[in-house]
Design a protein around this ligand. Sequence first.
Ligand SMILES: Cc1cc2nc3c(=O)[nH]c(=O)nc-3n(C[C@H](O)[C@H](O)[C@H](O)COP(=O)(O)O)c2cc1C
Length: 321
Amino acid sequence: MKTRFTTLFGVSFPLMSGGMMWISKAPLVAAVANAGGLGVLTALSHPDPEAFRKEIQATRALTAQPFGVNLTLLPTLKPVPYERYLQVALEEGIDIVETAGRSPEPFMPLLKAKKVKVIHKCTSLRHALKAEALGCDAVSIDGFECAGHPGEEDIGGLVLIPRVTKALQIPVIASGGFADGRGLVAALALGSEGINMGTRFLLTKEAPLNEELKQKLANAQENETSLIFRSLKNSARVYDNEQAQAILRLEAAGKGIEEIAPLASGLRGFKAYQSGDDQHAVLTLGQVVGLIDDIPSVEELIQRIMKEAKSLIQERLTRLL
Ligand SMILES: Cc1cc2nc3c(=O)[nH]c(=O)nc-3n(C[C@H](O)[C@H](O)[C@H](O)COP(=O)(O)O)c2cc1C
């Protein structure tokens, strides 16, 4: 299946695995690349740029296929040396970067000078147009269903994706709520060039988290996520567990970031991924979890999605004419 996405990034299939904090490490990213999709390593999962360099090298050792890196530019309590992470990626020959969280504008001169293909992930038409004007090569548009940060406008993918695909010239990647071949076909019908998935890849064999936790999350339904940090104007869709409820109580009581941050620390999430504790950390999760009930390998998953998409187009959709 050829689209502008597969041509631009030199991959076989129009699907990617978005950056996932603590999760998008070498084994998962290389598995996506080897299975014909586009994977991205999350820079900030590494304590410093040199540790990130080792992860890029570890990924290279596992695949000869293209892969990229994700640079998440969300507000943090401690300053992050983004330039150093980016510099390391460039030194290691990375030529695909997914930015998210904030405008990539400050980094565009360097990225363009190095001929890096930039995918900016955003959640509104306004920001997508801005990304195109800045010279990004593709936009990934995250609907309200998505895991992580859906923005503050609450527009679902069925409206947001066609709004953006109609308005932009550059390829648009549909993100949020995709897990199977039906979703891929729908996303293509809405004008996108491919799909980006987070939650679906979180629940694969290669994702580095406790196996029992994977199974618990795979059992969750579409109504088991909640939106935290809305009062901070930094909404995040997460698994609706005890930790999310505790944060929502603090928000309802008008508490600020100082009181909320300790409950939401990234390190708690990292520890939960190791221990399997599904209740005492913020666990990023999308509504699409309701469509997921197994833990396939990445290769099995991608093959299944492509097979389902092809048979949907060739059989069901063609027959309708
Ligand atoms: C566990 C997890 C961690 C994530 N961490 C990040 C991150 O660090 N940076 C980022 O840009 N997006 C992050 N995301 C969002 C994904 O890259 C992707 O945009 C989103 O999951 C798409 O929605 P879906 O889960 O419905 O597929 C994360 C998603 C998940 C599930």
